[in-house]
Write a protein that binds this ligand. Structure first.
Ligand code: NAD
Length: 248
């Protein structure tokens, strides 16, 4: 029984594909291109959905490559301004709220980020269907799963095409606000263009003391990654959520 279980659709340790994945992608695509950003009305949602599906359907869910997503990326390249970008690590909701208040954008405000936010997806070799039972967990099963590779490709492009001042919202209640192994640490920070300025905000959770600061060792590591790339760095720490959002 164990062998059957492990060889079947239930063998991965992550959540299975989101039910109605295709319909959600389609609905979100129409919502984004027609309501949220009507300047992207000319995008073809059917084509985008097809390109998304064919990136991973019938394939080994642990053998994703950036190449698999090339067609999708080409169809839906971000049109958000390059000088208004906000990155985050462990602070998604706060960063999104900040971006909204200031007229800035996070990756989830681009078409592909918006389509895939909070969804799970994977296929199965030899099957035309999504696996709704389980998908590979990036830590327990494989790093090269379709969801991880998707966010890595998207994050890389979002960071490397940024210009002017880029902001990053970090969690100052953590011992290491900057984590070299996170997507921000591995993929976004090392792909910022020279001459960009990165403005970091260390914001602590309500009711928690600040644990890391701009002079702590994790931020020092971030500084060294950036200085090798000639990216300027500005950092502010010891901010409560309300101070950061500008409400006192
Ligand atoms: P984080 O540690 O808060 O991770 C963000 C989310 O991605 C979490 O749900 C985490 O479990 C997951 N995650 C992290 N690394 C992963 C991986 N290799 N494979 C699969 N899931 C992974 O922050 P982070 O890692 O620094 O990523 C945040 C940055 O990257 C943001 O700036 C954003 O632009 C981008 N991003 C967004 C999403 C998203 O779900 N919207 C996911 C990953 C990355």
């Amino acid at each position: 029984i164990y062998k059957w279980y492990r060889s079947g659709l239930n063998r991965w340790h992550g959540p299975g594909s989101t039910p109605d994945f295709q319909d959600i992608i389609e609905d979100r695509c129409y919502n984004y291109t027609q309501r949220i950003r009507p300047d992207s009305r000319s995008r073809n949602c059917q084509e985008i959905k097809q390109a998304f599906m064919s990136a991973f359907i019938s394939k080994d869910p642990c053998k994703a490559t950036k190449e698999d997503y090339r067609r999708l990326i080409d169809l839906a390249d971000p049109t958000v301004p390059c000088n208004k970008r906000v990155l985050w690590s462990k602070t998604k909701e706060l960063a999104r709220e900040y971006a909204k208040l200031r007229g800035l954008v996070t990756l989830e405000d681009t078409l592909l980020g918006f389509l895939a936010d909070r969804l799970h997806w994977c296929g199965e070799p030899g099957s035309p269907d999504l696996n709704t039972w389980s998908c590979p967990d990036w830590e327990k099963d494989c790093r090269t799963n379709y969801r991880s590779v998707f966010w890595e490709v998207l994050s890389e492009r979002f960071a490397e095409s940024a210009c002017g001042t880029v902001q990053v919202v970090l969690d100052g209640s953590l011992e290491n606000a900057f984590n070299e192994m996170s997507i921000f640490g591995r993929v976004e920070a090392p792909n910022l263009k020279p001459m960009v300025t990165l403005q970091a905000w260390l914001v602590h959770d309500p009711g928690k003391p600040p644990r890391d600061s701009c002079s702590g060792s994790s931020i020092t590591k971030l500084k060294s990654i950036l200085s090798e790339r000639n990216v300027r760095f500005i950092c502010r720490d010891n901010l409560s959520r309300d101070e950061f959002l500008g409400r006192f």
